[in-house]
Every structure is written in C-alpha cells, then in structure tokens.
Design a protein around this ligand. Structure first.
Ligand code: GDP
Ligand code: MG
Length: 264
C-alpha cells in the first residue's frame, strides 16, 4: 500500500489542484500505485484546508485528514507518517501541498524502492532534473549557503530540501518517531539519521516547478533553518556518518507488473 502524506498549513487554494492531479495520476498508473491512501496533515490551519481535503476524497484515492497541533512542516509530516501505521510491505511518500514536484516521482521512487533502495528522494540537483521556475534571489542565495552546510551533515546528498521523498513503510515509521526537528530543516535530520543507520538512499532527478504561495518566508524562516542545522549536527554528534547495518534487509517484494509498468 502506498501512503501519501501531505503537510498542509492554510492550503485551501493550492491543495485542491494537487489532489485533483494526484487522482488523475493514480488512475493512469493504477496497476503500480493502487491501493493508495492520502493523509493530509492539517497544521492548525485557519482556512478551509481540512474541508477541501475531505471534499477531494474518492473511493479510488481516499483522503484522511489528521490534525497536528504542533506548528512546523517537520512536526506535520511526522504526525502524518505516524498516522499511516505503515508496515514493511508499504511505501510512505511525503510531498508538499503545492504539487511542485511532478508526480512522475511517484513511479520513479516506487521503482527505486522495488530495486532495493530503502529511501528514494527527489532531487533538483541530480543530473537530469528540470527546475523550470526558480525562487527569489534572496532565497537562492540562502539555499546555496544552506546546501554547503548540509553537505557536512549528510555527505553525498545534494538536495535535502526537495519536497518529495519516499521511504519503506516500517523504516519511515521508526525514523520519524525519533525525529526532533519540527521546522523546515527536518529533512536534514531525517536523512542524517537514515544515513547513520546505514539506509540505502537514492537521489533521483525530478521535474520541479515553483508554485506561488510558498509558506517558506526567507526572512522569517531563514535564520531558524540555519540554527536548526547546527542543532541537528549537535544532536547527532555521537553518531558518525558512514556504513552501518541498523537497517533491516529489504522487505518489498516488487510485483512484476510494477517493473513493466514503470518502464513503459
Ligand atoms: N510554513 C509552514 N508550512 C507548513 C507548516 N505545516 C505544514 N506545512 C506545509 O509544508 C509545505 C511547504 O511547502 P511550501 O510552502 O511550498 O514551501 P517551499 O516549497 O519550500 O517554498 C506545504 O505543504 C505547507 O502547507 C507550517 O507550520 N508552516
Ligand atoms: Mg513549494
């Protein structure tokens, strides 16, 4: 089963289109992506986020709304992953409410997990990615610095902040239960923990288009993001990056249909 977690803070405008596209995409690739459940995590929204999410629910793509009382994208994704109750035969994906990452990422991440990866992360830095629209100059400059620092915490990973990531279900539940970062830097802590646990992490190129209405405000969230990186490095100081074996062997048995469908 595929569980798709979407953190949402005041997303009544951007979420409906994302859920509509998701329904269409799942219908087109039903043999790979069904059964699926969407968990929208309403992060104390003051608009109609929960209502528009529930309105989008169908039999083929059921949508469940979970409330997270702790603000922050990290807290919201963690609450959603916990609510999936995913097991080793499941896949957990999380993606942003704005649908900035093209949904082809669903197929590619499935394929990588089926081939043996524990984690597959969308990357705007990987060869072959296509990032049509860019952020403001200020955000770009900040992102560049941020990337240079994340490289020290999670060596080898080129884009920690793309909104799309897929994990083996049991691993997702375990690692998110340990996560401490509630804000936008949670991806770095997540990847650092996974890396130190010996998880096989594959970065794959995505088609990515910025969608107006970002909830990330460089001036408001920027400094906090850098501070969080320092906290994460400190939190994980005792666990050196490098090969480890804490992650149990691959439990996902790929259906033959999956590999064929993805290649088609
Ligand atoms: N800023 C913010 N975003 C949140 C929060 N909780 C969940 N989110 C979601 O996190 C995602 C962030 O994506 P987005 O706003 O597009 O940021 P960007 O893509 O990094 O510019 C969206 O789905 C938000 O709705 C929160 O407390 N604050
Ligand atoms: Mg976005």
């Amino acid at each position: 089963m595929l569980h798709i977690v979407i953190p949402a803070y005041n997303e009544e405008l951007r979420l409906p289109r994302t859920l509509r596209e998701l329904r269409r995409f799942v219908r087109e690739h039903a043999s790979v992506l069904q059964p699926v459940e969407v968990v929208v995590v309403d992060n104390l929204s003051t608009d109609a986020t929960a209502a528009v999410a529930l309105e989008a629910s169908t039999d083929a793509v059921p949508v469940r709304v979970v409330t997270c009382a702790v603000r922050g994208k990290g807290a919201a994704v963690a609450a959603g992953v916990a609510a999936t109750g995913a097991t080793s035969s499941d896949v957990v994906v999380f993606m942003d409410a704005d649908g900035a990452t093209h949904l082809d990422a669903l197929l590619e991440s499935w394929r990588l997990l089926a081939l043996g990866a524990d984690v597959a992360i969308g990357s705007r830095a990987a060869e072959g990615s296509d990032t049509a629209v860019r952020h403001s100059r200020l955000r770009e400059a900040g992102a560049l610095r941020y990337r240079a620092l994340t490289a020290k915490v999670v060596p080898g990973i080129r884009d920690t902040q793309c909104g799309f990531k897929a994990l083996r279900g049991d691993l997702a539940v375990t690692v998110f239960a340990a996560l401490r970062t509630t804000g936008f830097s949670f991806d770095v802590e997540l990847l650092a923990r996974l890396q130190r646990g010996g998880a096989v992490i594959e970065e794959f190129p995505v088609q990515w288009a910025d969608v107006p209405g970002s909830t990330f405000a460089p001036l408001r969230h920027g400094a906090g993001s850098f501070l969080n990186l320092a906290v994460i490095a400190w939190l994980l100081r005792a666990a050196p990056a490098g090969p480890a074996t804490a992650v149990p062997a691959l439990p996902l048995a790929p259906a033959p249909a999956l590999l064929v469908a993805v290649e088609a």
